[in-house]
Design a protein around this ligand. Sequence first.
Ligand SMILES: *Cc1c(COP(=O)(O)O)cnc(C)c1O
Length: 352
Amino acid sequence: MISFYPGPSRVHDKIPKYVKDACEKGLLSLNHRSDEFMDLCEKTVSLIKAKLNIPKTYTILFTSSATECWEIIAQSLIKKESLHLYNGGFGEKWFEYTKRIRPASKAFPFDSEQEVNPKNIKAAKTEVICITQNETSNGTQVSDEVIASIQKTYTSALIAVDATSSMAGIALNFNHADIWFASVQKCFGLPAGLAIMVCSPKAIERIATLKENNHYNSLLFMTEMMKKRQTPYTPNVLGIYLLMRVLKDSRKIEAVYKKINNRAKEWQDFFKEGKNLKLYIHNRNVISQTVVTITGNPQLLTKVKGDAKKNGFLLGEGYGKLKNETFRIANFPALKKKEISNLKIFLSSYLS
Ligand SMILES: *Cc1c(COP(=O)(O)O)cnc(C)c1O
């Protein structure tokens, strides 16, 4: 079964070999205060920065999921209120979770075919502007230009970006925001249970000013530990090792992005002529390059998903409110050309 689910999805082919190497090297019982762990951590952080084009001045932290990152931001970077820009299920969930910790936080929902105009968001008092760069639930994305102009318009706020289903798939400009995070079971092509959080120098300054330190995963504690290439709690050492091995073997993000961008265009062209199966998003300025969302008659969608499974393809269910009216196809780097063309052959008989 090839998983085209937009996370967890197909993992890289070499994962079984890397896991075997990890066993043989004793990684599975590696002490997280040992020199060997600190070396692994150092190596992984350097590779993340080098392969994804993250500025050297930024700090990389390890957490266990993107959801944990939502909570960390609410705890450690928001004293009173944040502003959440969203057009779908994940951005909304981030807002809901944050409100439980910081009830004064505000929402700025927008239409899924619409581009955010920074002038329309009222963010004067906001400490953190929260953006879901790639909304996995509906297959939309917020462009680099929009993120950059939000940063330019609201200079005192921090910009936090959920890039869970795009980091390591598309070329992000990390200079345009202060906190970026992603879990690894999507574009990184790794098993779940690890996430990375990227903090700008401005975010680090804010952490030092706010000094929030009430939690095991408070950013003050996490950044202090990371200076020693350690984590507050025993981390997912195997996950970090697998991330290091996958990154070591992977091309730089520009090359990966070129492939993803071409494949995204090919998926869009493929569904352009479809009468029964159609792209859910039409605006080319907001359509996601890593998650293809397809709409059609709910009965047909159920049939396609069921038949796909019988043919060895796992398609992504619709998410949240879009559960019955859509299905999703991951366009993540670990998927192979041949697997994609086979899925297209399968889907073509349902198109029109
Ligand atoms: C998958 C996803 C999450 C949740 O990730 P977890 O690792 O399960 O916490 C959050 N945000 C977006 C945009 C996602 O796609």
